[in-house]
Design a protein around this ligand. Structure first.
Ligand SMILES: C[S@@+](CC[C@H](N)C(=O)[O-])C[C@H]1O[C@@H](n2cnc3c(N)ncnc32)[C@H](O)[C@@H]1O
Length: 241
């Protein structure tokens, strides 16, 4: 059975939108707390690797899919894109928080849009990122194909996602942290136990059932980087069109 936040009959996408709309105002604070301050570092490392890959090639337009409150989109400005950095998300309240935070960044454009059905032309972007979002997609395969469509030839996709460590000791610590600490803190600070229990269950389900390398290759991407951070709790997948 598909893991969903509220276990109602509503489609997964509606439940995900509702959940992120509910926690939008608390999202950044809880993200920092639950990742024990590591989240910024994962995004910074991703952008550094993207910079190395793209080298001296001018970067035109960039898109951050499932951008949430726009933190990764803002970090992507470091790539010095010649065009804009677009941040899109299905949850209106997350986009609203992003717009307010980055009001004075004219290069950042935030829009409500679905990563599985994007309102952009083919071959429009040089780089597309998805930070901790792909796990929440309704159809991962569709979302990856759609990203492929909007990327130019040699365009780069970078996916950051939470993962379960392989080492048994780290796996045990990770299990305790995600099954007890995360839902408890989520309940205390965001008043949404289900949202933060979903986080734990969805990471486990995703690690068990989805092979992102295969999905990327199936869509036509060539894998360029496969790297884990913080004892394997986060994995970075980079592919080229
Ligand atoms: C855990 S948050 C990640 C936010 C941000 N990328 C970050 O690094 O903090 C996941 C986000 O994915 C969004 N999302 C889920 N499914 C989506 C879809 N099909 N299209 C666009 N956004 C989606 C959610 O609304 C949510 O804001």
């Amino acid at each position: 059975m598909m893991v969903v936040p509220y276990n109602t009959n509503e489609p997964k996408k509606n439940q995900i939108r509702k959940m992120f709309n509910h926690i939008a105002e608390k999202y950044d604070f809880l993200n920092r707390l639950l990742s024990l301050g590591n989240d910024k570092c994962w995004r910074r490392k991703t952008v550094k690797i993207l910079k190395e890959i793209k080298g001296e090639i001018p970067v035109g337009n960039v898109i951050d899919l499932a951008t949430g409150t726009g933190v990764l989109a803002e970090t992507l400005l470091k790539l010095n894109p010649q065009g804009k950095v677009y941040g899109v998300d299905i949850a209106e309240n997350m986009i609203e928080v992003a717009r307010k935070k980055y009001l004075n960044e004219p290069k950042l454009v935030f829009e409500v849009a679905d990563g599985e059905n994007l309102p952009y032309n083919d071959d429009f972007f040089d780089i597309a990122t998805i930070g901790f979002g792909i796990r929440n997609y309704n159809h991962i395969e569709k979302g990856i194909k759609e990203t492929y469509r909007v990327l130019r030839e040699h365009g780069i996709i970078a996916i950051l996602e939470l993962s379960v460590p392989k080492n048994p000791l780290f796996k045990l610590v990770h299990e305790l942290h995600s099954s007890i600490f995360i839902p408890l803190v989520g309940f205390i600070f965001a008043g949404d136990l289900k949202a933060y229990s979903y986080l734990h269950n969805s990471v486990k389900e995703f690690s068990r059932t989805v092979n992102l390398v295969e999905e990327l290759e199936k869509a036509g991407f060539k894998i360029k980087v496969l790297k884990t951070f913080t004892f394997g709790t986060v994995t970075l997948y980079i592919g080229e069109k």
